[in-house]
Write a protein that binds this ligand. Structure first.
Ligand SMILES: NC(=O)c1ccc[n+]([C@@H]2O[C@H](COP(=O)([O-])OP(=O)(O)OC[C@H]3O[C@@H](n4cnc5c(N)ncnc54)[C@H](OP(=O)(O)O)[C@@H]3O)[C@@H](O)[C@H]2O)c1
Length: 217
């Protein structure tokens, strides 16, 4: 089985995805930027590698045929990190994937990135960064799946999602549901070359990914 490289493996979605993907039988390499985090992945029986999206990380791709991008600069940092991690780090990851001819790149993007000026003012630059990173991926030769979750929560995953935005039903989705969607995106060939908006909902995740009831690219 081919190996999946996880960029941002130590984050909320990243750790959940790694455990679930390991349990599902996938072979993984978790990229962390701080070597102190390797011990967590060692304890989980998951290979790890140190790399920094703001610096050197190409070595982490060695032997990996699939890539999951779940990294993010986070709300506590400034616009400089949004540019360096969410935009340029993601673009460099796509370019490295293209150079190596990887088989699939799953990008965790964000809901409504295609309309950055409709976001709250403090979020607009982040939305632009995510949009441009998505566009670079979609223009690349890399088979891609783009997942666009709404506002992330730490609720337990319900295992069910929806793709239709309905303001009356809120904009939330649990990190655990997103992690399950990434697992399914790697499991199901129909997820390739598709964009999925993602919110908590009532459609079982495997069914939703199989249905492909979202936007084709
Ligand atoms: N928050 C929301 O409501 C929301 C909504 C839609 C989409 N998203 C997207 O969802 C994704 C993940 O969310 P999350 O809650 O899991 O995020 P998170 O817990 O903040 O995790 C982000 C991960 O990215 C890593 N990272 C940051 N800078 C890095 C760098 N220079 N090199 C390598 N790794 C780096 C962090 O490393 P450390 O562990 O060392 O800090 C962390 O492990 C992000 O792409 C985010 O943009 C978020």
């Amino acid at each position: 089985m081919s190996k999946i490289l996880i960029l941002g493996a130590n984050g909320g979605i990243g750790r959940l995805f790694c455990r679930k993907a390991r349990d599902a039988g996938f072979v993984l390499r978790a990229m962390v930027r701080n070597d102190e985090h390797c011990s967590y992945f060692d304890s989980q029986g998951i290979e790890s590698v140190v790399g920094d999206l703001e610096g050197s990380f190409a070595h982490a791709f060695e032997g990996c045929r699939q890539v999951a991008f779940v990294a993010g600069s986070g709300a506590a940092t400034g616009g400089d990190k949004t540019l360096l991690v969410d935009l340029y780090g993601a673009i460099r990851a796509v370019e490295e994937s293209e150079f190596r001819g990887v088989d699939q790149f799953v990008m965790v993007s964000a809901l409504r990135v295609e309309k950055p000026l409709e976001a709250a003012p403090a979020l607009r630059h982040y939305m632009v960064a995510k949009l441009l990173a998505d566009q670079r991926l979609l223009e690349s030769s890399v088979p891609a799946t783009v997942l666009r979750p709404g506002r992330l929560t730490d609720d337990h995953g319900s295992g069910c999602v929806r793709t239709l935005v309905d303001p009356g039903s809120g904009f939330d989705i649990s990190r655990e549901n997103v992690a399950d969607c990434i697992v399914e995106a790697f499991r199901q060939p129909s997820a390739v070359n598709r964009i999925f908006d993602l919110l908590d909902g009532d459609v079982p995740i495997p069914e939703m990914i199989m249905r492909g009831s979202s936007q084709p690219m």
